[in-house]
Design a protein around this ligand. Sequence first.
Ligand code: NAP
Length: 283
Amino acid sequence: MKNVYCIGVGLIGGSLAIDIKKHNPEMVIHGISRKDATLNKALELKLIDKKATLDDLENADLVIISIPVDATVKLLPIILDKVPETGLVVDAGSTKEAICKVVEDHPKRRNFLAMHPIAGTEHSGPTAAISGLFYNKTNIVCEVEKTTFKLQEKALKLFTDIGMRIRYMNPKDHDKHIAYVSHLSHISSFMLGKTVIDKERNERDIFDMAGSGFASTVRLAKSSPAMWSPIFEQNKTNVVESLEEYINNLTHFKDLMKSDNFTEIFNEMKNTNHIKDILKGLI
Ligand code: NAP
């Protein structure tokens, strides 16, 4: 593979570009984005070697799509139309069902591999891209059997070379599980941030009093709304289900407080400490 086209050169696209180039210096990384300023920044930061447009995709050996998931659903069929018969297209979107569905009958479905690298930060755009973001992280691959074997092999080598562990899942299960472990955490952080901002109008006071607990819990509330709102829209059913369970737990906690049942509050927290064992080795 020589010609790589990164559609989207923000946190995920830019970080993939850095690591792929590092492991494959012979590859030429072409950047495609909506805004010229974004591409200029990606060039300046050496995330990409050249600027390109969708019309150049006829030369692509590999296309990596890392743009908001609503834009991916719109663009993916067009991108597949344009790539050559030997071209591989992968996407990094945080939802998988709608993306897989939109190309299920596409004549070049076998050129596409759906994936979700479970790595990220709360920052966005080309300046957020960093080397090593994917090292030791999981890459969830969906519907692998729908991609030609040769292209699967190429993709898997590329991503294991940059340190990723591959896991396979169907898109429905992916979207259900990711609602709990990722999407709900973001909503929880956004709404914690909102609750504190609404109450403490004087932001200086919040800043002065905020300890590391608040800062780490509210970190995800700095994430990009342009990236997250289409994720919630595409995964609405699962996200609503996870929110209902979360709200039930919050209500239960509030009821225990109101009834002075601090023994049960202690037990609830003690039981949840088990999260330490579950997450051991992950963070
Ligand atoms: P990002 O840093 O905001 O970068 C996204 C890039 O997409 C931007 O540079 C923007 O370029 C371009 N873009 C924005 N809206 C677009 C549109 N409507 N049409 C075409 N291009 C558009 O976002 P990211 O964090 O890299 O996320 C990219 C993808 O990776 C998303 O699908 C997300 O679900 C997935 N993902 C994110 C994370 C995470 O933690 N952030 C983790 C795993 C997967 P312009 O400036 O030119 O508009």
